[in-house]
Design a protein around this ligand. Structure first.
Ligand code: SF4
Length: 215
């Protein structure tokens, strides 16, 4: 087992999104991503970082007196040892979630981890990277996230909701407005008007801290 990973940052904050939004959480941000979504807000994680052993990662996350961990990126699954780290964190008793782009297979990712799997919309400019075989691997412990950039994206996401019966597969389907592309209230109004059974969300860390790294 490879027991080290390239890490951009480890920090303690509030979870900004998904069903655990608002909960104190330790974030482990892995370096690197093969995608280039037009709205990416973590470009600083594309390169750099530092190699850390699993022991030093465990020591670091253990110092925050917080049992909730989110492994994120970049695209964490782009590093082959990521699944090993997820198993180590679960075995150590942490409540673990994983944020992933949806472009990498979740087949070997432990199902004790809540996997938050993006489905990239056309206006992300990376929808051709969606790995649709992941849908069959989703469990009720997982979540699916669409970042919506336009009305066209919204209609596309509605279609995919039905085509893949996503609401019945996961605990939450998340619809999030792309920060610079649409008004959050427009997306909220569309969801209400169409009675869509999805969870609207806004990224708390952007509202609270204007998206500063490490917050
Ligand atoms: S998958 Fe995530 S980290 Fe990678 S480019 Fe897209 S938004 Fe950025």
């Amino acid at each position: 087992m490879l027991s080290q990973l390239r890490i951009t940052e480890i920090f303690h904050s509030l979870q900004g999104e998904a069903r655990s939004a608002g909960l104190p959480t330790v974030f482990v941000r892995l370096t690197g991503c093969p995608l280039r979504c037009q709205y990416c807000d973590t470009e600083y994680a594309f390169s750099g970082g530092a190699m850390m052993s699993f022991d030093s990662i465990l020591e670091s996350v253990g110092g925050f007196d917080c049992k909730t961990i989110c492994v994120t990126g970049g695209e964490p699954l782009a590093q082959v040892a990521c699944n090993d780290l997820l198993n180590v964190l679960c075995d150590a008793g942490f409540d673990v979630s994983l944020e992933t782009s949806g472009a990498m297979s979740i087949e070997d990712t432990p199902t004790t981890v809540s996997r938050v799997v993006d489905i990239k919309t056309p206006d992300s400019k990376e929808s051709h990277r969606n790995l649709w075989s992941n849908v069959a691997l989703l469990t009720p412990n997982d979540q699916v996230k669409f970042v919506i950039c336009s009305r066209e994206d919204y209609e596309w996401a509605r279609f995919k909701l039905d085509e893949y019966a996503l609401v019945s597969r996961v605990s939450d389907v998340l619809f999030s407005p792309s920060h610079h592309d649409i008004a959050a209230s427009d997306l909220a109004d569309w969801i209400v008007a169409d009675r869509l059974p999805v969870r609207f969300q806004m990224q708390l860390h952007k509202i609270l801290w204007n998206d500063e790294p490490g917050r």
